[in-house]
Design a protein around this ligand. Structure first.
Ligand code: IMP
Length: 436
């Protein structure tokens, strides 16, 4: 069975750890959207890996990792990541495949990202400044440069010249010379070419041969360009549709959909966050949860669990179950709150509103639950959780509407409760979850 693993909040849910954990049960791990704005963190025996473009399954030696056409690829970021992994003894290049249809992020995209943010002023989005939005803009405007274009140096030269000229028309405080951009691309092309494949065809053949695939999403449902809190979103489909369009597979290839949700809520960048805690409790969650951007280091905004947003994630993605992460961050709190609805003027909303102005005007309706003093950190069996932590998880399952198949109680692979009976992945043992 193929499984999609997607963020069901505002990103940073802990997808990296969950994908790494599940990878031994799959032959291929495929990323479908986003770029190096993602920062999927995996801890293995105390060593921290932050995977940005390369799928989080790469730490398992047997697995093929795929970067789909829906991903925007900065070749320099990709090579830096391959080199970082090599420095830790993980050989990535020979197990990595990049779609010929993936669009490239080039230096002018980074400039345009910064320029757009500066021009937005108070309405800035708080992007990761990686050039993600402008690269997707070029793709939609049909002037993007794709991986396959690297094979035609003459066409590429024209293309780069046109795009840099367009950049120079927009950016007034500096002029970019297209030649170094083009020459660097030719060099990068030589390193990239051996990885390039028709990913849709490759996945189709793999499935026919009985191989199983884990589809890895980046960012989260509330950052999705269509279904997120627009315009405070990223520029790709971070929800389930992105899996099909970003890899060239049909919907029936997806056997089950697992959403990743944090036991509380975070968001980095601008935009409404109904359960945001700006005082001491927000600081407490940020510090205990180490809620700082894995890519940009920015402090994340923190708040209580928002079941309205999580239910929306269940609906948009058709989630079968969730992996609930960072339960241990709530250890030691006297009380924990769950937002079950929004109050908007005289109305109580059970469903996440489409209108961002309405969302911004909503107040959370909370249920208060007793916290727990016995730590959950590192607990591996559901029955070993303190009673109040079990009740909290059970209530989250109720108000979210799907079961928690995985509960994460720490950053290491082993700090995990697997409830096999729920997802039926037959994960029986952590013994095989070793470093390659
Ligand atoms: P962009 O993707 O760099 O254009 O940023 C758009 C919005 O998405 C900003 O609010 C970013 O902070 C947010 N964002 C992008 N990638 C991630 C991620 O991987 N985790 C959390 N937020 C992200």
């Amino acid at each position: 069975m193929n499984l999609a693993v997607l963020g069901a909040q505002w990103g940073d849910e802990g997808k990296g750890k969950i994908v790494d954990l599940l990878t031994p049960h799959f032959d291929i791990v495929a990323r479908c959207q986003g770029g190096h704005n993602a920062g999927h963190t995996v801890y293995v025996n105390g060593v921290k890996f932050v995977l940005r473009l390369i799928p989080s399954g790469i730490l398992h030696g047997r697995v093929t990792c795929v970067i789909g056409n829906g991903v925007v690829v900065d070749p320099l970021a990709l090579f830096a990541e391959i080199d970082e992994l090599a420095a830790h003894g993980v050989a990535a290049a020979n197990r990595l495949v990049v779609s010929d249809k993936a669009h490239l992020i080039l230096p002018y995209h980074r400039d345009l990202d910064l320029l757009a943010e500066a021009r937005r002023g108070e309405r800035k989005i708080g992007t990761t400044s990686r050039g993600i939005g402008p690269a997707y803009e070029d793709k939609i405007a049909r002037r993007g440069i794709r991986v396959a274009d690297l094979a035609d140096p003459a066409g590429l030269e024209r293309h780069v010249r046109d795009n840099v000229t367009a950049r120079n028309r927009l950016v007034h405080d500096s002029t970019m010379d297209w030649r170094p951009v083009y020459e660097a691309l030719l060099q990068q092309s030589a390193r990239l070419q051996p990885l390039v494949r028709d990913v849709s065809l490759m996945l189709s053949e793999a499935m026919r041969a009985g191989r199983s695939i884990l589809f890895e999403g980046a960012q989260g449902t509330l950052l999705d360009i269509d279904h997120g809190t627009y315009p405070y979103v990223t520029s790709s489909n971070a929800s389930i549709g992105g899996v099909c369009t970003g890899l060239g597979i049909g919907p029936r290839a997806i056997g089950a959909v697992l959403g990743v949700v944090k036991a509380y809520t975070t968001r980095v960048g601008e935009g409404p966050l109904p359960t945001e805690l700006t005082g001491e409790m927000g600081d407490r969650l940020r510090d205990s949860g180490n809620e700082y951007g894995a890519v940009t280091g920015r402090p994340r905004r923190c708040g209580w669990y928002d079941a309205v947003a999580a239910r929306y994630g269940v609906r948009i993605n058709g989630l079968d179950a969730v992996a609930l992460t960072k339960l241990d961050v709530l250890d030691g709190l006297e009380r924990v709150e769950i937002c079950t609805a929004y109050r908007c003027g005289s109305r109580t909303l059970q469903e996440f509103p489409s209108d961002i102005a309405q969302l911004a005007a909503c107040d959370p309706v909370y249920e208060s639950w007793p916290g727990w003093t016995t730590p959950t950190r590192g607990v591996r069996r559901f029955t070993d959780l303190p009673d109040n932590a079990r009740r909290y998880v059970a209530r989250l399952e109720e108000v979210t509407g799907v079961p928690a198949a995985i509960v994460s109680t720490g950053s290491e692979r082993n700090d995990t409760i697997l409830r096999n009976e729920i997802l039926n992945l037959q994960i029986s043992s952590f013994d095989k979850l070793r470093m390659p």
